[in-house]
Structures are given as structure tokens and as C-alpha cells.
Design a protein around this ligand. Structure first.
Ligand code: PMP
Length: 364
């Protein structure tokens, strides 16, 4: 690759690469451990069969039925009414984020995130030629509103990312902090503020969707990869002022959401209540992991997500390897001293807890 005339900002860089290893217990990419229920699998097959009869034609470019159903889901669960015109969908929220950066970022523009946070925000910024600014967090991984507002005022970014619940740390950001950052971002420059709520269904608190009222530059991004247990589907979506939805049309590829994707997502949305039932189980398992890890003497960051950040380790990567040697894959996100474990099934979590218990014994 070194011999290729790739863009300067891509030289020497590594692609996103969470290890996909074949081990008995995989708790490293915040997936939902429960396979889709059989009646839903049947419904997907039915919907896809219908869609297949029309595959000689391009799909609905505007995904109207799907966006309408997503708007209904958000209205029902998010505490704020949205309609088709407020909602946009793409292949995973990564593509939603890419479209937002292509529209509101790009060469000569900047985006800020408060790190450690979701690493793809910075990577997609780079891919779209958007300058990246690493904003601050406290040592306990909460956002110091004053310091964050000062960073926004100083850099006047074009796009502000706020991930809540945050990945990889798990903690949520308060509505007050989001409002302060939104106001600061508008005062510095009319910028777009993206609230990444990929994990919000697992939160103890509420969605920040109601903040959309009266804030035309606010965007809430969501995904079906986590709570809906459909990471393989690749379906992300956003809610925002209709003008934002119109603006992203300028960069989306024509027919970007395949008819198969739309049919599958529609089937999954018909089974929302069953899927959200798994979320309740995972929240209980997440809370169990927090409690048991603390009881073992580990430090644990407060979690509103389907994963838990735990530490501290003098050699986090060495510990990651030792846990892997016991058949459990967790994630080393590169946060010094910390590792992250996704809440799995009770049996998977037991296997993980057995592994870390054994490690503790070794150290004592
Ligand atoms: N946002 C956050 C905070 C995430 O952690 C992830 C996935 N790990 C995504 C967005 C992207 O998810 P997807 O593209 O599967 O929707």
C-alpha cells in the first residue's frame, strides 16, 4: 500500500479492526447475544421473498415505509413526536455519521468529540477530509461541561459529537450538558450537534430526543445493531429537523438502502416488543456484571449501556490476553488501564466472571 498514491492523511494509518476471533465467548463488540426469535426469522424470510420478486427494480430510494415505522418507534419510546420528514436511514449508524460529515464537515472544516469515545467518529472524520479535534473528559470519564464548552468556543467546530451512553466508557451524558454544548456550538458558529444514542435503549435514563424541539441543528443518531439485536442487518437512522434530512440527500448514494435491507428492517420493527424484552434481560445482566466486578475489587465505570468498562490494570493488553487464554474475548479499546466487556447471556457472563475471578486469584 505504501507504493500507492493514497491521500496524505491516510498514509500509515490502520483501518477499524476489532478482532473477529473464533473463541467460545465473544464479548468484544457490544453485540446483542440473543439470536433473533424464530417467528421473526420466518417473517424476515416472508418479507424478503416478497422483496425478491421486485429485485429487478431499484428499491424505494427514500425508504418511506421504513422511515415511517422508525418514526413511530421513536415517538412511542423516545418521549417526543417525530414523523417521516424527521427521520433518515442508512446502512448502519456509521453510514449515517458518514453522511452527516460529508454534508456538514469535509475539507477545511472540523469536528470535535470528547475522548475516549467512539473511535469511528474520528476515523470517519478523517475519511471525509474533516479535521478532528479531541475534546476533554475528566479522569472518571464524565464530561466537564465547562471545559467542554470552552473547547467548543475555542475551536468553533462545524460538527460536535456527543455519545450517550458513551462507548467505550458506558456512562451517559446529561441533557443539561448537551444543551450547554449545543448553545456554545451555535454561539461559536452555526454548527451541527450529533447526539449518538446507539445504546440508549439500555440506559437507566431517557432518550434525549425531546431536545430536538426548537433545536434545528441537533441530530439524534440511532441503530438497530444493539437493542434490536440486528448488527448483521446494517441499519442506522437519525432524527432531526426536516431540513437536516433534506441536506443529507445531497450526499447519499442513490438507492443506498437495498430492498432486502428495507424488508428485513421492517420485519424486525414488527417484533419491536419482543426484541425490547431481551433489552431488559441484558440491562439486568449488565447491572450484575457491574456488581460482581466491584465485589471482586475492580474499578467499574457507571454503565448505561450493554457493556461495562473495568480496570484498572498496569498492563491492560496483557490482561486482555490472559482473559482470552481462558476462552473469553473482551475489548482493549486502548484506554490506558481499562478493558471493556459486553453483557452477554447469563452463561457467557458467568464464563467471563470465572475468568476474571481466576485472574484475581493468580494476583493474590
Ligand atoms: N455509535 C456508537 C457509539 C457505536 O458504538 C457503534 C457501534 N459499535 C455505532 C455508532 C455504529 O453502529 P452501526 O454502524 O452498527 O449502527
Amino acid at each position: 500500500m505504501d507504493d500507492l498514491p493514497v491521500r496524505d492523511e491516510l498514509r500509515g494509518k490502520s483501518p477499524y479492526g476489532a478482532p473477529q476471533l473464533d473463541v467460545p465467548v465473544r464479548l468484544n463488540t457490544n453485540e446483542n447475544p440473543y439470536p433473533l426469535p424464530e417467528p421473526l426469522v420466518e417473517r424476515i424470510a416472508e418479507r424478503v421473498r416478497e422483496a425478491a420478486r421486485d429485485l429487478n427494480r431499484y428499491p424505494d430510494r427514500d425508504a418511506v415505509e421504513l422511515r415511517t415505522r422508525l418514526a413511530e418507534y421513536l415517538t412511542r419510546t423516545g418521549g417526543h413526536e417525530v414523523t417521516l420528514t424527521n427521520v433518515w436511514a442508512a446502512n448502519g449508524s456509521n453510514e449515517v455519521i458518514q453522511q452527516l460529515l460529508q454534508t456538514f464537515g469535509g475539507p477545511g472544516r472540523t469536528a470535535i468529540g470528547f475522548e475516549p469515545s467512539y473511535s469511528m467518529h474520528a476515523l470517519i472524520a478523517r475519511g471525509t477530509g474533516t479535521g478532528w479535534i479531541s475534546g476533554p473528559r475528566r479522569d472518571d470519564f464524565t464530561i466537564d461541561t465547562e471545559a467542554a464548552v470552552a473547547a467548543v468556543a475555542e475551536h468553533a467546530p462545524d460538527v460536535v459529537f456527543i455519545t450517550t451512553p458513551n462507548n467505550p466508557t458506558g456512562n451517559a451524558v446529561s441533557a443539561d450538558t448537551v444543551v450547554s454544548l449545543y448553545d456554545a456550538a451555535q454561539a461559536a458558529k452555526p454548527s451541527v450537534v450529533v447526539v449518538d444514542e446507539a445504546y440508549v435503549e439500555f440506559s437507566h435514563g431517557e432518550s434525549l430526543l425531546p431536545l430536538l424541539a426548537g433545536r434545528p441543528h441537533l441530530v439524534v443518531s440511532r441503530t438497530m445493531s444493539k437493542a434490536f439485536g440486528a448488527a448483521g442487518l446494517r441499519l442506522g437512522y437519525l432524527a432531526a429537523h426536516p431540513a437536516v434530512v433534506d441536506a443529507v440527500q445531497l450526499v447519499r448514494l442513490p438507492y443506498h438502502l437495498s430492498a432486502v435491507t428495507q424488508a428485513t428492517a421492517l420485519a424486525a420493527l414488527e417484533h419491536t416488543d419482543t426484541l425490547l424484552g431481551y433489552v431488559e434481560r441484558l440491562k439486568a445482566e449488565r447491572d450484575r456484571l457491574v456488581g460482581e466486578l466491584r465485589a471482586l475489587g475492580y474499578e467499574v465505570t457507571e454503565s448505561d449501556a450493554n457493556f461495562v468498562q473495568f480496570g484498572r490494570f498496569a498492563d491492560a493488553h496483557g490482561t486482555w490476553r490472559k482473559i482470552l487464554d481462558r476462552g473469553v474475548l473482551v475489548r482493549d479499546n486502548g484506554v490506558p488501564g481499562w478493558l471493556r466487556v459486553t453483557a452477554g447471556t447469563p452463561a457467557e457472563n458467568d464464563a467471563f466472571l470465572d475468568a476474571v475471578r481466576a485472574l484475581k486469584k493468580e494476583q493474590d
